[in-house]
Write a protein that binds this ligand. Sequence first.
Ligand SMILES: [Mg+2]
Length: 160
Amino acid sequence: MDEVELRAREWLEERGVTQSDIAELVYFLQKKYHPNLDMQDCMENVDRVLAKREVQNAILSGIQLDVLAEQGQLQEPLLSIIQKDEGLYGVDEILAFSIVNIYGSIGFTNYGYIDKEKPGILGFLNDKESGMCHTFLDDIVGAIAAAASSRLAHRAQNTE
Ligand SMILES: [Mg+2]
């Protein structure tokens, strides 16, 4: 595992997101379509998505901006926009699309759905009372789960 992949995986954990948190989102998205789905399948698909360089780049870029915003180290007006997670900003979602894109259009459906429902770890990341800034990370985590779900769905179709 190279430096970029190692750091991307470490930073996720340091920001409070484990691989099994994301696997639970995949389970949430896919359980109704695959009755025999287990957490091991979900974990495996998340792991394969995390191995992609586009995903690692998005993780490092997004978390870096969240952390700098948390520490007040960005310049205005960007600092306030990211700190407040302003609804019309949208760059956090654009960055997440670079992850969703990898496994095709089914990923967008999954991403939209999970972004609206905010199950599991996404609820934690959206809690504005935590004092942490997760403007980018919530979209990135939702996108990783959506991409892993698409990967799982494509593979299931080829084996069923
Ligand atoms: Mg966001």
